[in-house]
Write a protein that binds this ligand. Structure first.
Ligand code: ZN
Length: 313
């Protein structure tokens, strides 16, 4: 399957998946089904015009054998509750794909307000009745919180925000195997991806820029929460404006295993970071196995309770 030869592939063909909508370009790789969804509705057609040209690429580290060992170890560690079909999955379906994405960075200027809580303790007296019904006073220590308003400005540099531009593999799945190590980033050249499957960009730059900005603003919120003073805080709100935005089309490496076991269900999919080996999948659990386990635990508990009561009827 994937390898690397010297020249960019002049005879690369573009295939379109009629099921998940991905358009994939490859040469010297044989596949009759879509790597993302295992659909056989996978037909050759001309490449889409006006594709953004990738500027950057993170290359695969290791070959299919490395990915396969990683996958075998992972499949072996799935619990009994997982659908057995994923554990029996044909690992031959594992494909290396260069996934289209956008890499975003910006400077974020933020104004925020919050209520900062400081804890303090107080001794209070209260009345109790003793065993004879006589009232007396006692003291106890209670913790209270005093809030004070805080507002401020925060300027920070946001880098390495990655958003999927793939039709076949959405943003949440990409996020699950992030991060990539961008110190290993290279300038794109077709030679880097020769011998691999590469997906075309299917989300436009403006759409991805908005998604990147939203993710960057969420990141600002996480940072603000981390540096709030005091013992607690509430009512944190912030307004962020971004400047010096940059958005670069990038290809990132993923290994994909798609197992189609029912036509009315999306394929079971395992995704592996082609650089770090991080692995993610939504393995379906089998509900009758969970119900059986719950029933067994309940039965064992009932048996123990019966024994504890001395076996009386
Ligand atoms: Zn597909």
């Amino acid at each position: 399957m994937a390898g690397s030869s010297a020249d960019p592939a002049p005879c690369a063909a573009t295939f379109h998946c009629g099921h998940c909508g991905a358009s994939l370009r490859f040469a010297g790789v044989s596949t009759e089904t879509c790597p993302y969804c295992a659909s056989a509705n996978f037909v050759e057609r001309p490449p889409v015009a006006d594709q953004p040209r990738p500027e950057l690429v993170v290359a695969f580290t290791g070959d299919a054998a490395v990915a396969r060992r990683r996958l075998d170890a992972w499949l072996g560690s799935r619990t009994w509750f997982a659908d057995a079909r994923i554990r029996r999955a044909r690992v031959e379906g594992l494909r290396g794909v260069y996934l289209p994405a956008y890499l975003y960075s910006a400077v974020a200027h933020t104004e925020y307000t919050a209520a900062i809580g400081e804890h303090y303790t107080e001794t209070e007296t209260y009345e109790i009745k003793d065993a004879h019904g006589k009232k007396r006073t006692a003291t106890r220590t209670v913790t209270r919180t005093e809030y004070r308003p805080l507002s401020g400005r925060h300027v920070g540099y946001l880098t390495d925000v990655l958003v999927s531009a793939s039709a076949g593999l959405g943003h949440a799945e990409l996020q699950a195997i992030e991060p990539y190590d961008y110190l290993q980033l290279r300038r794109y050249s077709p030679a880097v991806i020769t011998g691999w499957i590469a997906e075309e960009f299917s989300r436009d730059g403006d759409d991805c820029r908005r998604a990147c900005r939203d993710e960057a603003i969420d990141e600002v919120g996480l940072r603000l929460r981390r540096f709030m003073p005091g013992d607690s805080h509430s009512d944190l709100s912030w307004r962020t404006q971004v400047t010096w935005e940059s958005l670069a089309p990038i290809l990132v490496p993923v290994w994909v295993l798609a197992v189609r076991y029912r036509d009315d269900r999306p394929a079971l999919r395992v995704v592996i970071n082609g650089q770090t080996g991080a692995i993610a999948a939504k393995v379906p659990l089998v509900w009758w196995k969970i119900a059986l386990a719950v029933a067994l635990v309940a039965a064992v508990a009932a048996a123990i309770a019966a024994l504890a009561l001395g076996g009386s009827p």
